[in-house]
Structures are given as structure tokens and as C-alpha cells.
Design a protein around this ligand. Structure first.
Ligand code: ADP
Ligand code: MG
Length: 314
């Protein structure tokens, strides 16, 4: 899927520039990834800054990998943006909000507000950066047919944003099965060439996988496909400096096949690829509790928030 890349998969490269690249003899990712900006700029008659961006993009597409110094990584991390949840306590738990260049996994039982949180993130992402937003469009891959534009309108209105304008920036696709879901990440990659997309939501990440891969013999295959899907999502996050939010429903009752009911499906595959894992549950008096389960640089902890008509609040 994402492995079969064409030059137009590089952010900022449309048909016109792709043609120039081909004419100049740059026919694959690797040849661009190892080019010098000055060289590429001259041969393709484009600006040097543009050439440098294309080379960076090609490096990511080509998965060249290799070593980076700590300074380079620090530099890349300086570009990380934080997206507000709408709740101060929740934001503080995450060190300021949902981070870009990362996958955040929201797991919890049915009704624990995973989808509501996704709606709120989608609305917030369209806000200007100084309001905790990402000033960006949003892609939602909806696998359970739970997207509700009316809820987006309510939340936008409360924030003083134009509901219709907000909806216009949210691009929703229904995924009919797991293969379709995977293909939609490629589609999102295409969309991100024309629009700034700094939030991609997959709600739910695992429902199709859970339904389709039934029986013991299919477990290894399911994990492999899911692993690949997570890798594609992480590529999207890095290439677009985007937040990836995925939901994962915890089985409500014990299940011989999926094992421990309090553990999210996808197990360590999803867990390892996610940078942050947040467990959501219902609290007292209609309150909700978010617990940060796994983070490379933040302490574990909990935040209490509420889901209201206006959206997520403290
Ligand atoms: P999940 O995706 O985890 O299964 P949802 O995000 O769909 O759960 O959460 C559903 C809950 O969100 C409902 O039980 C309700 O408490 C709350 N909710 C949904 N819509 C509204 C609303 N308009 N006003 C207040 N609370 C709402
Ligand atoms: Mg849901």
C-alpha cells in the first residue's frame, strides 16, 4: 500500500513538479533522498527551500532511516504542536495537549466518551494555534458510523467558531472493512497534499479487525496487518506534523479469544506503536476519568473531565 510510493506521495509534489523531477532523472525516492538541495533546485528549476523540503519528504517516504544526532531530533521535536482537549486538567495530564508526530490511543469501554473526545479534537484542531488548535483540516476515518455533524456544530458554536466553516474543514470517510480502512490512510495522504491536515482520527482503529479476524489461526495475521496499519499512521504523523488519535474499545465481558477484557485489543502491537495510551472510563456523577497509561516522558496520572452538550470541559 503505502510502500508502493510515487513521487507525488512526497508532500508538496504535485503532477507538475513530479514531471520536472522525472525529466531531470529523479525517478525514485532514493535518488531524491540523497540529492543535494542546490543540485535538485537547479536541475528542476525550483527554489532551494522547496528542493530541501522535497528531499526531506523523500527521505521519509523512502524510509532511509539511518542515524540522527540528538540535536537533529531535538530540532524535529521543536516543531511538535499541542492540540487542546478542551479540558485544562486533561491537557495538563498530557503536558499541554495531544502531541503532533505521535499516535495517541484512546481506549475504554463502550460509552466511555472516546468518540465525543474525537469530535472535540476535530473541532479544536480547526482553531488557530493561539487558541490551542492546529489551524488545520481534519481527516476522520469512521468505522462504526458514529460521526455526527450535529455534535460538531454544537461544539463549534460554543467555541465561537462558525459551525459550517468548521464542518467544511473536517473530511470524513466511512471505512467498510479493515482493508478499506488501510486504503483510506493512503487517501488521507493524498488529501494532505492539498490541505494542511494536522489531525487524523481513526474511530475505531480495531472494530473491523476484531470482527473480521475471528478464530485462533488468524491472530498472527491480524497483528501483522494491524502493525502495518500503525506504521502507515505513524508515517502520516511524521510527514504532516500531525496528531493521530485512534480509539480502541475494551471488551466489556471476558472473551476467550481476545483474552483479558480490561486490555485493549491489538495488544502490544497497538501499544508499542502508540506514543501515548489513555484509558477512559466513567466516573462518579457523570464525570469521566482519563488515565495516562504509557508515555515516554510524562508521569502516569489521571484527569477528570465532563462531556456536555457544549463539548469536553473540566
Ligand atoms: P464511546 O465512543 O467511548 O463508545 P461516546 O463518545 O459515544 O462513547 O460517548 C457517549 C456518551 O457521551 C453518552 O453516554 C453521553 O454521556 C455523552 N454524550 C453524547 N452526546 C452528548 C450531548 N449532546 N450532551 C452531553 N453528553 C453527551
Ligand atoms: Mg465510539
Amino acid at each position: 500500500m503505502v510502500d508502493q510510493k510515487t513521487l507525488e506521495d512526497i508532500p508538496g509534489v504535485g503532477p507538475a513538479i513530479a514531471e520536472k523531477l522525472h525529466e531531470a532523472g529523479y525517478n525514485d525516492m532514493m535518488s531524491i533522498a540523497v540529492a543535494s538541495p542546490a543540485d535538485l533546485a537547479e536541475k528542476c528549476d525550483i527554489g532551494e527551500k522547496k528542493a530541501a523540503d522535497i528531499i526531506e519528504g523523500a527521505k521519509l517516504c523512502a524510509d532511509v532511516g539511518g542515524f540522527e544526532t540528538g540535536v537533529e531530533i531535538l530540532e524535529r521535536r521543536k516543531a511538535i504542536l499541542k492540540l487542546t482537549t478542551g479540558s485544562k486538567a486533561f491537557d495538563e495530564l498530557l503536558g499541554g495537549g495531544f502531541e503532533s508526530q505521535a499516535i495517541v490511543e484512546l481506549f475504554g469501554e463502550f460509552g466511555s466518551s472516546k468518540t465525543q473526545l474525537c469530535f472535540q479534537l476535530a473541532v479544536n484542531a480547526t482553531l488557530p494555534e493561539d487558541q490551542g488548535g492546529l489551524d488545520s483540516d481534519v481527516v476522520i476515518i469512521d468505522t462504526e458510523n458514529t460521526f455526527r455533524p450535529e455534535r460538531i456544530e454544537q461544539m463549534a458554536r460554543y467555541l465561537g467558531a462558525d459551525p459550517e466553516e468548521t464542518l467544511r474543514r473536517i473530511h470524513v470517510a466511512r471505512a467498510f472493512n479493515s482493508q478499506h480502512q488501510i486504503l483510506l490512510v493512503d487517501k488521507a495522504m493524498e488529501l494532505a497534499r492539498d490541505h494542511k491536515v494536522r489531525l487524523l482520527i481513526v474511530d475505531s482503529l480495531t472494530s473491523h479487525f476484531r470482527a473480521e479476524y475471528v478464530g485462533r489461526g488468524t491472530l498472527a495475521e491480524r497483528q501483522q496487518v494491524l502493525n502495518r496499519h500503525m506504521h502507515d499512521l505513524l508515517t502520516f504523523a511524521t510527514m504532516n506534523n500531525a496528531v493521530i488519535a485512534v480509539t480502541n474499545q475494551v471488551a466489556a465481558k471476558p472473551d476467550a479469544f481476545f483474552g483479558d477484557p480490561t486490555r485493549p485489543i491489538g495488544g502490544h502491537i497497538v501499544g508499542h506503536a502508540s506514543t501515548f495510551r489513555i484509558y477512559l472510563r466513567k466516573g462518579k456523577a457523570g464525570k469521566r476519568v482519563a488515565r495516562l497509561v504509557d508515555s515516554p516522558n510524562l508521569p502516569e496520572g489521571e484527569a477528570v473531565y465532563t462531556v456536555t452538550e457544549d463539548g469536553i470541559k473540566d
